[in-house]
Design a binder for this molecule. Structure first.
Ligand code: ADP
Ligand code: MG
Length: 138
C-alpha cells in the first residue's frame, strides 16, 4: 500500500468535473484516505510549490493555484504514486495520452487540472503539508 497527494486544481473545480475525476481514481483501484476542499492563499500555494521557486512560471502557477478552491485528497493503493501519475497524464495536455485526465480536461500546461506527487519523498512532504494524522481516516 502506498499513499500520494492528489489535488483537483482551480480549473478542474471551475469546470465542474470533481466527480468525474474522483470516479477515475476509484475505477482504477485507488481509494480515498482523506479529502477536503479549500481555497489556498498565495502564501500557502508558494509553500506547497517551493521546489519550483526558481522556475519562471512560479509566480503565475501560484497565482493560478490560489485563484479559487481546490480539492485536496490522499489517494491510497498499490503503486498509488505511479498509478495516479498514469491516470493524470503528461504535464502538458498536448502530450498526454488519450483517456487521461489532463488530455480530457486540461486547458494548457499550467492549468492542467490535477496534481500528483512524483516520489515517496514528495508524497510525504505534500501529505504532511495539508493533512494531520486525525484527517487520514484510513
Ligand atoms: P507535474 O504537475 O506534472 O508534476 P511539474 O512538477 O513539472 O509537473 O510542474 C508543476 C506544475 O507547474 C504543473 O503541473 C503545471 O501546473 C505548472 N507548470 C509546469 N511547467 C510549466 C510551464 N512550462 N509553464 C507554466 N506552468 C507550468
Ligand atoms: Mg511535479
Amino acid at each position: 500500500m502506498e499513499r500520494t497527494l492528489s489535488i483537483i486544481k482551480p480549473d478542474g473545480v471551475e469546470k465542474n468535473v470533481i466527480g468525474e475525476i474522483i470516479a477515475r481514481f476509484e475505477k482504477n483501484g485507488l481509494g480515498i484516505a482523506a479529502l477536503k476542499m479549500v481555497h489556498l492563499s498565495k502564501k500557502e500555494a508558494e509553500g506547497f510549490y517551493i521546489v519550483h521557486k526558481d522556475r519562471p512560471f512560479y509566480g503565475s502557477l501560484t497565482d493560478f493555484m490560489s485563484r479559487g478552491p481546490v480539492v485536496l485528497m490522499v489517494l491510497e493503493g498499490e503503486n498509488a504514486i505511479a498509478k495516479n501519475r498514469e491516470i493524470m497524464g503528461a504535464t502538458n495536455p498536448e502530450q498526454a495520452e488519450p483517456g487521461t485526465i489532463r488530455k480530457d480536461f486540461a486547458t494548457n500546461i499550467e492549468e492542467n487540472t490535477v496534481h500528483g506527487s512524483d516520489s515517496p519523498e514528495s508524497a510525504a512532504f505534500e501529505i504532511g503539508y495539508f493533512f494531520n494524522a486525525f484527517e487520514l481516516v484510513r
